[in-house]
Structures are given as C-alpha cells and as structure tokens.
Design a protein around this ligand. Structure first.
Ligand code: ADP
Ligand code: MG
Length: 631
C-alpha cells in the first residue's frame, strides 16, 4: 500500500495554531464542528441525490454515529453523507477551503489573536479537532465511488498523509480523534451525550451512540459496550416544531448550530406562514456583530434555505436585503422547486415575496425589542445600527419603519452612546418648531462642536448629531419623518425655519447692512473659494462656518471621497460669518491690508477645519498663523 505525504498550505498551519491556542477554553466545540460537518455532508448527499438517486446505493439512511474506544483512547464521528474523494480530502482538509479564512487571518491583528469570541464567530471548522487530539485520521468513501481513502495528520507536523483504505469502507466519512492524554473526558459516554444535547439536539439527522450497557456482568461484551445503537438527539429539524414545544435553551442551542457563534442570540422570531406561499422561518439577531460585518458584503452567509426540509444553500443574499445581513437562521419553503438554482432565486416572484415577508418579520422583531426591552435594543443598535441605516437608502418602501428604529445622539446627549429615537425627539420638540434638525460630521466631537448648531441649541432646539461615516450617505435620503421635514442645519437656507425668525427680522436686516463692507472685503479676497459670504443666523460663539448647497455633499465627505480617488465636483460652499465675533471686528477695523488678508484667509481655513474639509494650502495656513502669533 502506498502512502503519499503532503504539506499543509501555509494558511492552514496558521489556522491550526490559532485554533489550538485560542480556543482551548472552549475546547468542547470541536464536537459541534465535527457533527456539523457530518450534518452538512448528509445534507449534500440528500441534495445531490435529488438528481441521481443511485448515489444512495443500498444504503438510503442518512445517519451520524458517535463512538468512543477507551482502550485505544479514540473518539470517532462517522456519517453516511456525501463523503470525499481522494482529491477532495487533500483540497478540503489540506488547504484553507474558504476564501473567508484568509480574510479572517488578516482581520485578526496580533492583539486580537487570543480573542476566542472573535474566532468562534468565524466557525473554526474541521481543525477544531486538533484542540483535543494529537492525531486525527479521516477515512472517506464518496457516494457513488468504490474507492476509499484515509487522510492522517499528527500534531505539530506540517504534513498529512493520504493512503488508500479498505474498499468496503462504509459510504461517507469517519473522523477518528486520538485524544491527548488530558482529554479523557471525551471518552465518557455521559459527557458526550450532554454535549450532543447542548450543541446538536436539533440538527436534522439522527446521532447514534452505543446503547448504555445493561446489567453489571463482567463479560467482554459488556466491557466493550453494547452493540446496539440508539439515537441520542431529537433529530427533528428544530424549525419544524411548534413554538410551544421549544424552550429558550433549545432556540439558543440551535442558534449556535446555525451561526457557529459561541455567544447567545439576542432575540429571535419563529413563524409558519400559510397562504399563497407556505414557508417556515426562524430568524435570529446575534448579540455581537461578526468581525466581517462591513467587509463581507460580497459573500454573505447566515440564512440557510431549505425546501421541504432539504438543505439547498446559503441564501442570505437572495432572501434578505443587504441591510439585514446580520440576521441568522433558517427558511424552509414548501413551494419552491427542489432544483431551484441561484439564478432562479434571483429572479423568482415567489422568492421576492418570501424576501418581503422575512424583511417584515425582522423589522417586526426589532420593533418589539425596541418597545419591550430598551436595554437589549440599545445593544442591538450599538452592534448593528450602522448596517440597518443602509436600509434608509436601499429600501424606499420601509424607510419610515427603519427611521422609527433608528437611534442617534443629539445636542442633549452626554456621550455618543446616549441616543434618542425620532419619536422621542418629536415628543420634546419646541412648540413652534417645525422641522427635525440634524448635522452630519466626521466623528462625535466634530458633530457636537459644529458651529452650525449654535443658534439652534441656544434657543433650546435639539439637534441630532449624525457622526458616523454611513450617516452622510443616509442623510441624502432623509426627507421626512412622521410628516415632519428633516433638515440638515449645515446645508441651504435656515432662516425661514428658525422659530421666532420673524421677531428677529428687523435686527437681522440691520446686521446685514452693517456687515456689507466686511462681506465685500472677504468676497474679494477669497474669490472662487467660496460661492458667497453672508451674515449667519446659525452662529453664536464661533466666528464663521461653511454652509453647503441643499444637494451638495458635506465638506468632510468630499475630503474622504477625494482621498479615495473619486473625482469631486467643485461646488464651493458659502462662508457664513458672525460679525459680532472679536475676530470679525478686528478684521473690519484692520488698516494693514496684508494683515487683513491673513485674517480673512484664516477665517475661511478655520471654518474648513471645523467642517472636516481639506485645507488647500496647509503650509500657507501655518505661515499665516505664525505671523499672527508673532512667532
Ligand atoms: P466548513 O464546514 O465551514 O466548510 P470545515 O473546516 O468544517 O469548514 O470543513 C472543510 C471542508 O471539509 C468542508 O467544506 C467539506 O467540504 C469537507 N468536510 C469536512 N468534514 C466532512 C465530512 N464529514 N464529510 C464530507 N466533507 C467534509
Ligand atoms: Mg464545518
């Protein structure tokens, strides 16, 4: 018999090290991972057999067997699933099968390497076996093939071996773990059963273990354990059970199974829909965002599509809008054709309807959470709020609902985490206040110190502080909520909006007149850097601020996009000034033109800096500053 030796791909060695060292405190998850692979393998065979029933041969059952051998100190997990060819053994177990793994390694900077929570979210898979075993062998016969192969690897080695196995090996895969000396607990029947109950109770296939020995005779038979197999899990796809037969612990265990998360789900919704579409859905909100929440838009996972209990594929992309990509769970349709393809899923009216229904279910769940458990809802928003905000842009039909779920800090907040809903904002609006006001900025401090909000906050008007990157994009779609206009206070005209503007009208006109020469001076100096200069109604303490056109992008966003290589349309902002400020008074009275010019440019540059815009001429700015300071 020939044995060939192969090297693991470099990434595999890294993953192995990481898994063994970081996950020791969660070592029992190896069983969850191996059982989950066995279950996946059964799912795959059932799926392939839809096209080719011969694949079952004379063994139609799909089963998982768990057995421990105390003498040999081995634990085996066998499944009668799809199996692996020689090539597949080498590919799947010798290289990092999923492109996500490489990204994961990159995402995991050195200081996070010990973060088991993070690694758990990623689903460590097969290599978890090495947490408890120093040698692992995998014997597999692919369904439909009469060749079987054995893959073996021992700890610490950078290699694995593949040799041919007995041709009468059963269909499917047997993973045998040679347990480390201190891992004897996993030979214990009771321990194994309790792990199956904890992690694998509701997978769709029966897990069998040797029946417990009867009697106390010392015969060899009893020592070796009974030869009878018994099913130790419920093996009923959990979602097919009625809600009242399931406990929270059942739901949580199943969540861990579908999500590979160590943590608990925050909330879930389990529904059977009957009508012109029949389907069951079980949707979970995770408590923590996975590490690739923002980078992983392209390869989404998390919602498994079943058709009449046959696993078809991960269909998160087709079944849920992008902005709900954090949802995990299962949807099981009675009506879709079993041979459904990705293309069909993309275009089918039926899928469109299910997608609409799942979206509604998820938003309902969020509503309920927001109303019933503020603390949980806040933690949801903290983790996923920025993803949900994408829905304001992408989902016209649900915009109002999503805005109802949104939470933002405001000028009344003590910190960026102290947030208010739009409904709560409206409930405490000033009596004469017509609009909901907000400002966008690049960061919390920039937002709360925005000069544009000064006049409003001085009058006791609350301003929402939209300080996250996604906010500026979303703001383009904020027009109205609950019949009230949403107004960006750093854009366009504000005067007419301001309560008590009427009363101040006379004063304002006088101020415009008085400032006319100053305004002329600044216009002349700043040229096309600004589209205009005017007396501000927004400012109280700051000397000046920038105001962009109603449909122009905020200055901080223009800077970010320009830095990312996007061509920016050059629309100059308006410079608004506060003539009462000492800097402006000094400028008005400055006889020395060179000094006046310095002051004028500094005024613009300050306004640019507070708005998060890029300075055209940073060195010029520094030189001006130094001249003024007298350095
Ligand atoms: P994942 O399950 O997330 O794909 P794993 O590391 O758990 O990653 O497994 C890697 C691959 O090895 C699987 O995608 C599958 O192709 C293969 N595999 C693992 N276990 C089995 C098994 N019991 N039967 C068939 N294939 C398996
Ligand atoms: Mg796996």
């Amino acid at each position: 018999m020939t044995t060939e030796t192969f090297s693991f791909q470099a990434e595999v060695q890294q993953v192995l090290k990481l898994v063994i060292h970081s996950l020791y405190s969660h070592k029992e998850i190896f069983l969850r991972e191996l059982v989950s692979n066995a279950s996946d393998a059964c799912d795959k065979l059932r799926f392939e057999a839809l096209q080719n029933a011969d694949l079952y041969g004379d063994q139609p059952g799909l089963n998982i067997y768990l057995s421990a051998d105390k003498e040999a100190r081995t634990l085996s997990i066998r499944d009668s699933g799809i199996g692996m060819s020689r090539h597949e053994l080498i590919e799947n177990l010798g290289t990092v099968a999923r492109s996500g793994t490489r990204k994961f390694l990159e995402a995991l900077s050195e200081d996070k390497r010990g973060d088991a929570q993070l690694i758990g979210q990623f689903g460590v898979g097969f290599y978890a076996a090495f947490i408890v075993a120093d040698k692992v062998s995998v014997t597999s016969r692919r369904a439909g093939s009469d060749e079987a192969w054995t893959w073996t690897s021992a700890e610490g080695g950078n290699t694995f071996e593949v040799s041919s196995a007995a041709a009468d090996s059963p269909r499917g895969t047997t993973v045998t773990l040679h347990l480390r000396d201190d891992e004897s607990e996993f030979l214990d029947d009771w321990r194994l059963r309790s792990l199956v109950h904890r992690y694998s109770e509701h997978i769709g296939f029966p897990i069998h273990m040797r029946a417990e020995k009867k009697g106390d005779d010392e015969s060899d038979d009893a020592k070796a354990g009974s030869n009878e197999w018994e099913t130790v899990n419920q093996a009923s796809a959990l979602w097919t059970k009625p809600r009242n037969e399931l406990s929270d612990a059942d739901y949580q265990a199943f969540y861990q199974h579908v999500s590979h998360d160590f943590g608990e789900a925050l909330a879930w919704t389990h529904n059977r829909v009957e009508g012109n579409q029949n389907f069951t859905s079980l949707l979970y909100l995770p408590a923590k965002a996975p590490f690739d929440m923002f980078s992983g838009r392209d390869e989404r996972k998390g919602l498994k599509l079943y058709i009449k209990r046959v696993f078809i594929m991960d269909a998160s992309e087709q079944m849920l809008p992008n902005y709900l990509r954090f949802v995990r769970g299962v949807v099981d349709s009675d009506d879709l054709p079993l041979n459904v393809s990705r293309e069909l899923l993309q275009s089918s009216r039926q899928v469109e309807r299910i997608r609409g229904a799942l979206t509604k279910r998820t938003l309902d769940l969020l509503d309920r959470l927001a109303n019933e458990d503020k603390e949980k809802y806040d933690s949801f928003w903290q983790q996923f709020g920025n993803v949900l905000k994408e829905g304001v842009v992408e989902d016209n039909g649900n915009r109002e609902r999503i805005l109802k779920l949104a939470r933002f800090p405001s000028s009344l907040s003590q910190s960026a985490d102290d947030r208010v809903s739009l409904d709560a904002y409206i409930a405490r609006m000033q009596p004469e206040q017509k609009a909901i006001y907000y400002v966008t900025a690049d960061g919390w401090n920039a937002a709360r110190r925005s000069p544009q909000i000064e006049a409003l906050t001085q009058r006791g008007i609350e301003v929402l502080l939209l300080h996250e990157r996604v906010d500026e994009w979303m703001a383009g779609y904020l027009h109205e909520y609950d019949g009230k206009p949403l107004r960006n206070v750093a854009k366009g005209e504000l005067d007419a909006d301001l309560p008590s503007a009427e009363a101040d009208k006379g004063k304002a006109e006088q101020a415009d007149k008085d400032a006319a020469p100053l305004i002329e001076r600044l216009k002349h100096l700043l040229g096309d850097k600004v589209s205009g200069v005017k007396v501000s109604r927004r400012l109280v303490d700051s000397p000046a601020c920038l105001v962009t056109g109603e449909h122009d992008m905020a200055p901080h966003m223009q800077r970010l996009l320009a830095a990312a290589g996007h061509a920016m349309p050059q629309s100059a902002p308006t410079l608004e000034i506060n003539p009462g400020h000492p800097l402006l008074q000094r400028l008005a009275n400055e006889a020395d033109t060179a000094k006046a010019d310095d002051l004028g440019w500094l005024l613009l540059e300050q306004a640019q800096l507070t708005a998060g815009a890029a300075l055209d001429d940073a060195a010029g700015f520094v030189a001006r500053m130094n001249r003024l300071i007298g350095a």
